[in-house]
Design a protein around this ligand. Structure first.
Ligand code: CA
Length: 223
């Protein structure tokens, strides 16, 4: 999952990034409203926006209104000052999906992030099932026929994206976008290598990752 954090408090942003990366997310960070707006206009592969309202250059509410006016349904979690009931209400009215008042426990933020991303993907549980393969998104554990599969962080990320779009084509470019943060160099060839490794570990019984030549990959539906 790929998350954009718009937060001008560097200490808080660093803490959030560390915590969400440990939980397996690819995280990008901007520190002003204008940067957030620009990032959201040019990149459509985010799964979630964590948005501080008190941002320099452009207020968080304005960033949110502009996002929604472009028709985006990207899940948005706003961060507000603890005493600002009015800002929370304004944020929710402007199209935010959830809010957290500062300061907050990181554990709770992680749980809310999972819930929002899940809802955004149209799922109500943390578990993705694909025939004998079960993937637990909160524990980041994959099992086949109840046996744990040993996967690297990158392989888990790939598996998650393919499972979320099971039966649909996912292009190499989309995989790069969904898995990598800005400034991280991952080539299409590297994606091929990761897919190759993932296949060796999970292609058992009916589980297949099909290559659509020149286009990308598809987790074949199991009927
Ligand atoms: Ca702020």
């Amino acid at each position: 999952m790929r998350i954009l954090i718009a937060e001008d408090d560097q200490v808080l942003a660093d803490g959030l990034m560390r915590s969400l990366r440990t939980a397996g997310a690819a995280v990008d960070h901007v520190a002003s409203g204008t940067e957030a707006d620009a990032a959201l206009m040019t990149n459509t592969e985010f799964d979630l926006l964590i948005l501080d309202l008190g941002l320099p250059k452009m207020h968080g509410l304005e960033v949110l209104r502009k996002l929604r006016s472009r028709g985006s349904s990207l899940p948005v979690l706003i961060l507000t000052a603890a005493d600002s009931v009015e800002q929370r209400v304004q944020g929710l009215d402007a199209g935010a999906d959830d809010y957290m008042a500062k300061p907050f426990p990181l554990q709770e933020l992680e749980a809310r992030v999972r819930a929002l991303v899940r809802r955004g993907a149209g799922s109500t549980t943390n578990t993705l099932r694909h025939g004998p393969l079960v993937y637990d998104q909160s524990g980041r554990v994959a099992t086949i026929d109840g046996k744990m599969v040993d996967l690297s962080a990158r392989e888990l990320g790939l598996l998650e994206v393919l499972l979320q779009r099971s039966g649909r084509l996912v292009s190499k470019d989309q995989l790069v976008e969904r898995l990598c943060e800005w400034g991280e160099e991952v080539s299409n060839n590297a994606i091929e290598v990761y897919i190759h490794r993932l296949r060796k570990k999970i292609e058992k019984g009916p589980i297949r990752i099909a290559t659509v030549r020149g286009l990308g990959y598809c987790m074949e539906k199991i009927t």
